[in-house]
Ligand binder design. Structure first.
Ligand SMILES: Cc1cc2nc3c(=O)[nH]c(=O)nc-3n(C[C@H](O)[C@H](O)[C@H](O)COP(=O)(O)OP(=O)(O)OC[C@H]3O[C@@H](n4cnc5c(N)ncnc54)[C@H](O)[C@@H]3O)c2cc1C
Length: 372
C-alpha cells in the first residue's frame, strides 16, 4: 500500500505528526523500532515542564504560543487535562546567568512575570534554602504536562482517525524512487510520497550527514520526598548554582514525590550513550547533592531514579524543517532536551511541511542547514 506520509519514529514528535496528518485527512503510517510507548528514547516519563517565560530566547515565543494553544485544543478534543499551571521560577545564585536571561525573555516578549529576590523569594516558597542570596523570575503561566498520558492519548486519537501506527517495526533505510520513497523494513518495503524523520538519537542512522553532528547525552532524573509546605508553594523551577550548574524540579504530582534533574547530569555524551547504561551511585550523588544543599527538608535518598537521553544539536536549538537535499523529507527532531512542551506545535509544522502548506510559525531559527 502507498501512503501520503511515512513517519519514522513514534516518540512524542512523530506521534504528534501522525495525529495532525490524520486529522487533516492524509493517509499516514508511523513506524517505531521499539514497542509503542517504550522507555528507550527521550519521550518517556510521567511529566515534562512547560515554561511561559523562555530563557533560551524569544525565538521560541511563536512556537510557545502555538504550543499552549495546541495543548488547550487537544485537552478540549480529548476531554482530558494534561497541562497543570503551577507557576515557574528561574532562580540564579550568580550574576549574568539564568536570572538575566529569563528577565530579558520576559521583558522582550511581554510575558507576565514577577521579580523575587533574597528573603522574599524564600518566604513565599519555603522549600528553597538559598541563604537569601538568590534572584528569580516568577512566571505564573509555567507548569507541567502529563507527558506519558498525553503522548498515549495522541497515539490513540491518531489511530482513531485512521493513522496506521506500528511498534517493533525498525526501518533499515529508505531510498528515493521517482516521486515516492521506498522505506525498507524487516517485513518488506513501504511506499510513501513524503517522509518525516523523527528518530531522535538514532537520526544519524537514517540521515548519515547528521551522525557526527547530533550529540546523544545520558540523563537521570529522580523523585524525592519533601515536606508539605502548603498549597501553591512549589512551582516548577530551575536553580542555577554558584558553579553555574542548573538543576530543575517539579512539585509532587499525582502521588509521586518532587522530581529533580540536573542539566547535562554527568556530561556523558556521544553515540555510546544512546543505549541505557543502568543507574549507579554516582547518578544518585549528582542529584542528591544539590537537593541536600538547596532544598529545605528534602529526603536526599530518592524514591526512584530513571535514565533517559537528550539528543543535542551543537547550538542546543531544535532541528525542524525540510531536509536540504530533498524537501519531501521533513526532519522533526532532535529537540535538544527541551522539546516536549512544543509537541502540538511541532506536529502542526510537520503536517504543514508534509502537505506543502507554509507553516504559520517561522521555523527559520531551527533550520537544518545551519548545522550541516
Ligand atoms: C530526562 C529528560 C527530561 C526532559 N525534560 C523536558 C521538560 O521538562 N520539558 C520539555 O519540554 N522537554 C523535556 N525533555 C525533552 C523532550 O522529552 C524531548 O525533546 C522529546 O521527548 C523528544 O522526542 P522525539 O520524538 O524527538 O525523540 P524520541 O522520544 O527519542 O523518539 C524517537 C523515536 O524514533 C524511533 N526510531 C529511531 N530510529 C528508528 C528506526 N530506524 N526505525 C523505527 N523507529 C526508529 C525510536 O525508537 C524512538 O521511539 C526532556 C528529555 C529528557 C530525556
Amino acid at each position: 500500500m502507498k501512503y501520503d506520509v511515512c513517519v519514522i519514529g513514534l516518540g512524542a514528535m512523530g506521534t504528534a505528526a501522525t495525529l495532525e496528518l490524520a486529522a487533516r485527512g492524509a493517509s499516514v503510517i508511523g513506524l517505531d523500532q521499539f514497542g509503542l510507548g517504550h522507555d528507550l528514547g527521550s519521550s518517556h516519563g510521567e511529566t515534562r515542564i512547560i515554561r511561559s517565560v523562555y530563557m533560551e530566547g524569544n525565538i521560541y515565543d511563536p512556537l510557545l504560543k502555538a504550543a499552549y494553544d495546541g495543548w488547550h485544543r487537544f485537552e478540549k478534543a480529548s476531554g482530558r487535562k494534561f497541562l497543570h499551571l503551577t507557576g515557574g521560577l528561574d532562580i540564579s545564585l550568580v550574576a549574568d546567568g539564568a536570572f538575566e536571561a529569563a528577565l530579558e525573555a520576559a521583558t522582550a516578549g511581554g510575558h507576565d512575570h514577577e521579580i523575587l529576590d533574597g528573603q522574599a523569594l524564600e518566604a513565599r516558597f519555603p522549600l528553597f534554602d538559598l541563604k537569601g542570596k538568590a534572584r528569580a523570575v516568577y512566571a505564573p503561566g509555567s507548569g507541567l504536562l502529563d507527558s506519558d498520558a498525553a503522548t498515549m492519548a495522541m497515539r490513540t486519537a491518531a489511530k482513531r482517525l485512521g493513522a496506521d501506527l506500528r511498534g517493533d517495526f525498525p526501518v533499515a533505510g529508505w531510498t528515493r524512487s521517482g516521486s515516492n520513497f521506498e522505506i525498507d523494513t524487516a517485513t518488506g518495503t513501504i511506499q510513501a510520497k513524503k517522509l518525516i524523520i523523527a528518530a531522535g538519537a538514532w537520526t544519524g542512522n537514517l540521515l548519515p550527514a547528521l551522525k557526527q553532528v547530533l550529540i546523544p547525552e545520558r540523563q537521570v532524573v529522580g523523585w524525592y520526598n519533601v515536606p508539605d509546605t502548603g498549597p501553591q508553594t512549589i512551582p516548577i523551577f530551575q536553580i542555577e548554582t554558584e558553579a553555574r550548574e542548573r538543576f530543575y524540579g517539579f512539585p509532587p504530582h499525582k502521588g509521586k514525590g518532587l522530581k529533580l534533574g540536573l542539566f547535562h547530569h554527568r556530561y556523558q555524551r556521544g553515540r555510546d550513550y544512546i543505549d541505557p547504561k543502568g543507574i549507579d551511585g554516582e547518578d544518585e550523588h549528582r542529584l542528591s547533592e544539590p537537593a541536600r544543599h538547596y532544598l529545605r527538608g528534602i529526603n536526599p535518598k530518592p524514591q526512584r531514579l530513571m535514565e533517559c537521553r537528550f539528543t543535542l544539536a551543537p547550538d542546543d536549538r531544535f532541528l525542524i524543517g525540510p531536509w536540504p537535499d530533498d524537501p519531501d523529507i521533513t526532519l522533526l527532531s532532535p529537540c535538544s532536551g527541551h522539546g516536549y512542551k512544543f509537541v502540538p506545535a511541532i506536529g502542526e509544522i510537520a503536517a504543514d511541511l508534509a502537505m506543502e502548506t507554509e507553516p504559520g510559525i517561522d521555523i527559520g531559527p531551527f533550520s537544518v542547514e545551519r548545522v550541516l
